[in-house]
Design a protein around this ligand. Structure first.
Ligand code: PMT
Length: 221
C-alpha cells in the first residue's frame, strides 16, 4: 500500500520537451518524451497529492487523477506555471525546456530557394526554474540537470544559481538513462553537499525515491 504522505499538498510537475516554432511546419525541440515527469506526477498522485502536470508535447496519456495543462513553447510553459504558482507547495521541474527559440517565427513556410545554406537566429528563452527560485517562498523546489559532461559540477552550479532544495543530476550520455527510455540513472544532490547515486531503476522507481527524499528533507529527518 502507498503511504498517503502527500495528502493536502499541491505538487506541480513539468514534463516533456518544449517546441519553438520556426514556421507553421517546423520547430526546434529535443528528445524528451515526458516519461520522467509523468512518472513523478503518477507517483505523487498515488501518495495523495493534488497534482498539476504542465506538459509539453508528449504522446503519453495523463496519469489517473492528475490535472494536465498542455503547453507547446517555453513561453507557454512559463505562463502556465506562474499562473498556478499560488496553489503549489512542491514543484518538480523534469521538463526539458528549450534554452533558445527562433528570434522570428515566419507566418509562412520558409521556402527552399536557390541558396545552399540558411541560418536561423536564436534568442534566449526565459529560465523558468530560475524565476521560480526567486519566488520560492516556503515551497520546496526540485530541479533536474541533463548533462553530457562534468555532471556534478554543472548540476551543483545550477542548484545554487536556481535556489533549489534538491537537484536530480542526470548523465544523459549513459544508455538506459535520460531521454525517451523507461529507466534512469540519477544522483540526488542537496544544497548541504550531501549526494546519493541511485542505481539504474525504472522511472517509476526513480520518482518514488525523489518523493521519499523530498519528504525527509521537508520534515528535516
Ligand atoms: O522526458 P524523458 O524522455 O523521460 O527524459 C527525461 C529528462 C532527460 C528530460 C529528465 O530526466 C531531465 O533531465 N530533465 C531536465 C532536462 C533539462 O532541460 O535540463 P537542463 O539542465 O537544461 O535544465 C535545468 C533545469 O532548469 C531543469 O529542471 C529545467 O526544467 C529547467 N529549465 C531549463 C531551461 C529553461 N529555459 N527553463 C527551465 O526551467
Amino acid at each position: 500500500l502507498m503511504p498517503q504522505d502527500l495528502v493536502g499538498e499541491t505538487v506541480l510537475v513539468t514534463a516533456g520537451p518544449t517546441r519553438e516554432e520556426i514556421d507553421p511546419v517546423r520547430f526546434v525541440s529535443n528528445y524528451s518524451s515526458g516519461k520522467m515527469g509523468y512518472a513523478l506526477a503518477r507517483a505523487a498522485r498515488l501518495r495523495g497529492a493534488r497534482v498539476l502536470l504542465v506538459s509539453g508535447p508528449s504522446a503519453l496519456t495523463a496519469p489517473w487523477g492528475v490535472e494536465r495543462i498542455c503547453v507547446v513553447s517555453a513561453e507557454e510553459m512559463r505562463n502556465a506555471v506562474l499562473d498556478r504558482w499560488g496553489e503549489v507547495s512542491i514543484a518538480i521541474k523534469a521538463a526539458a525546456v528549450a534554452d533558445y527559440r527562433p528570434a522570428r517565427r515566419s507566418e509562412r513556410k520558409v521556402k527552399k530557394a536557390d541558396r545552399e545554406s540558411l541560418s536561423l537566429e536564436l534568442e534566449k528563452n526565459p529560465d523558468i526554474l530560475a524565476e521560480l527560485g526567486l519566488r520560492k517562498g516556503d515551497r520546496f523546489l526540485v530541479g533536474f540537470a541533463a548533462e553530457t559532461c562534468d555532471l556534478l559540477e554543472n548540476a551543483r552550479k545550477k542548484m545554487r544559481a536556481k535556489n533549489l532544495d534538491l537537484m536530480v543530476a542526470n548523465d544523459v550520455t549513459q544508455e538506459r538513462a535520460g531521454f525517451d527510455v523507461d529507466t534512469n540513472i540519477v544522483r540526488l544532490l542537496q544544497p548541504d553537499g550531501t549526494e546519493e547515486a541511485l542505481p539504474e531503476m525504472t522511472k517509476d522507481e526513480v520518482a518514488r525515491h525523489i518523493l521519499d527524499r523530498i519528504q525527509s528533507l521537508r520534515k528535516g529527518t
